[in-house]
Design a protein around this ligand. Sequence first.
Ligand code: RIB
Length: 312
Amino acid sequence: MPAPALVVLGSINVDRFLTIAALPRPGETITGRSAAVRTGGKGANQAGAAARLGCPTSFHGRVGDDASAAQVIADLAATGCSVAGLLTAPGPTGEALILLQPGGENSIILAPGANHVWPEHVEFSQEFLRDLGRSSGLLLQCEIPQRVNLAAVAAARAAGVPVILDAGGSAEPLSDELLAGVAVLSPNESELARLTGLPTTTDAEVLEAVRTIQTRGVDLVLVKLGARGALAVPRHGRPTHQPAFAVPVVDTTGAGDCFTAAFAVGMSDGLAPASRLRFAAAAAALCVQTAGALPSMPDRGMVQDFLGKTGD
Ligand code: RIB
């Protein structure tokens, strides 16, 4: 494996999908249409997406000492991502129950398991620090304890490596200390609303919320707007809007992870800002057309073909 261009520190989960017609009401039992078990977790999804897009990527995280661990490791390794940095923690591997509804929308319940088994005083492995020092970006999400992300941000700062933080995962507020060390923050509309306490229904509201969070030190905010596309807002400069590509949606699980990872790959490749956004939107448009999170990450050839058909 060549030196990683991207290092991903984060969660890896067993995703248990139930396809349903509608969410049950309290006290109600419903019968699902189908069930499936697939690999996911925001960290693993982003690492797998980056690797499938041709970016040398190493993943660092924790699985449990249970029977599920081998399968999730094998699935992530099959994307081409290095899994040498995965450690085993006592207890179960992380699990997500994903209720998949018509239109590809989902509701997720997480049991973090090993993803949350970190010592109070975080010390990273030599492998993590070596990979980080040779990389051009560190990709984080919010499905591991915030103190671990904070320690990773400090390590990245010491190594001179920019940090991209996907705001997906825990609803815990992000500390000023964490945000001050982040070069790119990527929330979706509801995460941005939660982080700022501001409405994010219109583009003007989104921009105001972004400007508020940028006062806390973040340079670039990359807002995922679902069917309305994405907005990239540099601290000093004009926002760029990228419309979403109109495609048939099977399952939106992991699409935000795919978008953030593809944007990070575009950064690592030195793509111009507008091209990065378009690349990320194309990758996400392919992701939503396949069921599952990790299994739905497209490879680089698929994204290039897709962009070729759209005239780029
Ligand atoms: O972002 C999608 C992911 O969220 C799923 O793969 C699931 O594991 C949850 O972490």
